[in-house]
Design a protein around this ligand. Sequence first.
Ligand code: GLP
Length: 241
Amino acid sequence: MKIVKTRDYNDMSRKAANIISAQIITKPDCVLGLATGSTPIGAYKQLVEWYEKGDLDFSEVKTVNLDEYKGLPRTNDQSYYYFMHENLFDKVNINPENTHLPDGTKEDAKAECEAYEALVESLGGTDLQLLGLGHNGHIGFNEPAAEFPKTTHCVDLQESTIEANKRFFASADEVPRQAYTMGIGTIMQAKQILVVVSGEDKAEIVAKAFFGPVTPEVPASILQLHRNVIIVADEAALSKV
Ligand code: GLP
């Protein structure tokens, strides 16, 4: 694991965007695994700026997102589909047909998860997977559990995750209770993994996940076993390591 310490959120965002840019420049038809949440927003903003300056070309880039709430229509501004369009896809020259997220409107969880897993495989896996880190150590929506889930599956969100995400909804009651997410196995197949983390509220979980034992109780801890992981985190997030 390579840990890159940054001054603050903006510095973290620029450095993460630099790593993603390097991937796009060296492999214009790369497969990017993308993440939502508040942490990657600054990196997406930076990529859009570089695109507008003519420094980046997304025309051949393919993307697969980690996860999506189950039951939210794509037009809901809290769906990850909406988030990705708002923060990146609608602002760069990416071909919408090359962008993929699990379809949260599909009722048949088994069929949707199998189809998504097959899609990631048919693209040859991801070249670079971007990840945020949940306060309980979740990656994508892989919540702490007794074992590491291997493939794309439907999860029941934990109370702490619903609490953390309720700020985006009118009330906690409106936060969906389930989501479709890539499995830990799907994530670990990425050729390179880039984790972005910011803020003191993540300091404890950063210490546990990247310096503690590898356990499914802290899903992100599995990343310690991946051969090519870069963690770009600000000083506050690294204050307990
Ligand atoms: C969400 C997402 C994750 C994200 C995490 C952290 O629930 N499903 O993919 O990494 O929580 O979010 P944030 O970056 O807002 O702290």
